[in-house]
Design a protein around this ligand. Structure first.
Ligand code: CMP
Length: 155
């Protein structure tokens, strides 16, 4: 675990910008399969190329408690146990990214969860063929982004 701390506001927030900008932050995680397959650099490259700002990064082996908190909204679903076990099975790269409409746009860069629906050109469309081992997680709303950032970065 690193000593790095990420201070909200270091990179500007919605309230510090004016005009039509919708500066948001989101939580992205390269899952254990992405780390094992050496796709961390490729994934980061795609978000940087799109113009987003990497605001915080930590490589960590999630505890079961962290994994359960992260997937709390899926508790009770048939895939909950599998996905919790999977993301706590090895190191992941937890990140905060910032930029205009980063929540929605990062999900477009990631591609759909189901392999049959993920379009080539997206991260999952290009590299994933499993619904569970699908390389990357990204927050689905600004509210969940804040929740997930607090789970992984403590603020
Ligand atoms: P993620 O975006 O991290 O959010 C929940 C994860 O559960 C999802 O990606 C998938 O990796 C995993 N998962 C496994 N089975 C399913 C399923 N049937 N429907 C949705 N998500 C699933």
């Amino acid at each position: 675990m690193s000593d790095f701390t990420y201070n909200k506001g270091d990179f500007g927030t919605k309230s510090s910008r004016t005009g039509e900008f919708n500066v948001e932050r989101t939580f992205l995680m390269v899952k254990p399969d992405g780390v094992q397959r050496r796709l961390v650099g490729e994934i980061i490259r795609r978000f940087e190329a799109k113009g987003f700002t990497l605001a915080a990064l930590e490589m960590v082996k999630p505890t079961r408690e962290q994994a359960e908190a992260h997937y709390g909204v899926h508790r009770g679903k048939p895939f909950f146990e599998g996905v919790v076990s999977f993301i706590s099975s090895g190191p992941v790269v937890a990140m905060v990214w910032e930029g205009d409409d980063v929540v929605a746009l990062s999900r477009k860069l990631m591609g759909a969860t189901k392999p049959a629906d993920s379009t080539p050109g997206t991260i999952r469309g290009d590299f994933a063929n499993s619904i569970e081992q699908n390389l990357i997680h990204g927050s689905d709303s600004p509210e969940n982004a804040e929740l997930e950032i607090s789970i992984w970065f403590g603020q």
